[in-house]
Design a protein around this ligand. Structure first.
Ligand code: PLP
Length: 387
């Protein structure tokens, strides 16, 4: 067992649980209270002056949510973490903390579509963005504008599953005083630690592998103390997209089995991807865990494992995509991913081929979230749907 994995296992299982502080409870209790009381005005005033370090009100700090935050920042090897009511709330907070009117955000490759929608919305406040589909640092540098203040990365990229050379991009960004934000939801901190590659802010949707049971929606931001200090008092407290202590206890439960679940997703996904690679009707498999992938070698430097989300392309556009999806039986059609169930969908909605092509997405793309069911059953289902 390598040292990182051993440390991560301990973090998932018990780090931050503070058993003796909570009466020896083997799991951290769920503190459902919305506020915390004090026995004097002086104590309350002191606590309010430093809300980040005291339990005052659950929109700010709460012991159950704090345990989850301690685990997530330790897993990412970061200094501090804040949990939010959704991944999008976390992404919004990270972006709002990093830009002002007149700034430009450079997106590397494809980002989650709501992140792109948010960036389009920010035009209203005079914040512009552009997308660079090149992942090589020298190429990316040519896309930097004088007002670029943020580079936003999702690696592997949304729908296309291309990887970004993090070290090269972050060292170029640092030289230019540009902040880097990375969505690390796909890999989870168990398989990729972007802060160790120089990224400034990591964001997560907790609704995927970290929760892992399709029963919660949440998000997290992890960064150094300086960034998190301003983010706490502004984007976190004022936007008010607080995580719930009840969902935090579900997250803590999910985290305890994360190392084993993630290995199960990897084992199944590698088998499914190998099957798809050999299928006559599959044009391309979009999964960085197998050697035909253009970023396979880069992946070996960045990732210590591969999760269950992948894409594959078929010929025949929307008609064929719909035919394959509608024939699936074991694999369900649905949004989201990262849980026990296998899911599939296509970004093709029947009338957006041109838009997909302009975003480097093949119109015959099917996104597949390989779950924890029997791999032979998943493969049989794909086989009958494709044939
Ligand atoms: N980031 C990625 C890569 C996602 O796939 C998603 C949701 O699908 C999000 C962020 C947003 O997370 P949430 O749905 O928790 O707001």
């Amino acid at each position: 067992m390598n040292q990182d994995w051993e440390q991560d296992l301990e973090i998932c299982l018990e780090y931050g649980d503070r058993r003796m502080e909570f009466g020896g409870s083997v799991i951290p209790p769920t503190f459902g209270g919305s506020l915390f009381v004090f026995d004097s005005t002086d104590k309350l005033t002191k606590a309010v002056m430093n809300e980040q370090g005291n339990y005052v009100y659950t929109r700010g700090t709460n012991p159950t949510i704090e345990t989850a935050e301690m685990k997530l920042s330790a897993l990412e090897r970061g200094e501090q973490c804040r949990c939010f009511s959704s991944g999008m709330a976390a992404i919004t907070a990270a972006l709002f903390n990093s830009v002002k009117t007149g700034d430009h955000v450079l997106c590397i490759s494809n980002l989650y579509f709501s992140t792109m929608e948010l960036l389009k919305y920010l035009n209203k406040f005079g914040i512009s963005h552009s997308v660079c589909y090149e992942t090589d640092a020298a190429e990316v540098e040519t896309y930097i504008q004088p007002n670029t203040t943020v580079i936003f990365i999702e690696s592997p990229s949304y729908m296309t599953f291309r990887l970004t050379n993090l070290n090269a991009i972050t060292s170029m960004a640092k030289k230019r005083g540009i902040r880097t934000i990375m969505d690390n939801t796909w890999a989870t901190p168990l398989f990729q630690k972007p802060l160790l590659h120089g990224v400034d802010i990591v964001v997560h949707s907790l609704s995927k592998y970290l929760g892992g049971h399709s029963d919660l929606v949440g998000g997290a931001v992890i960064a150094g103390k300086q960034i998190m200090g301003t983010l706490f008092t502004k984007e976190f407290l004022l936007m008010g997209a607080a995580f719930s202590p009840y969902e935090a206890s579900l997250l803590l439960r999910g985290l305890r089995s994360l190392p084993y679940r993630i290995k199960g997703h990897q084992e199944n996904a590698l088998k499914v991807a190998a099957f798809l690679e050999g299928h006559l009707r599959v044009l391309e498999v979009l999964y960085p865990g197998l050697p035909p992938h253009p970023d396979y070698e880069l992946g070996k430097k960045l990732l210590t494992g591969y999760t269950g989300l992948m894409g594959f392309t078929v010929d025949g556009g929307y008609k064929e995509v719909k035919r394959v999806l509608d024939r699936l039986r074991h694999i369900k059609i649905g949004v989201s991913w990262g849980s026990f169930e296998s899911l599939a969908l296509s970004p093709n909605t029947g009338n957006n081929d041109q838009q997909l092509l302009s975003e480097n997405i093949h119109p015959g793309t099917i996104r597949l979230a390989v779950g924890l069911g029997d791999s032979e059953r998943i493969i049989r289902d794909l086989d009958q749907a494709l044939d």
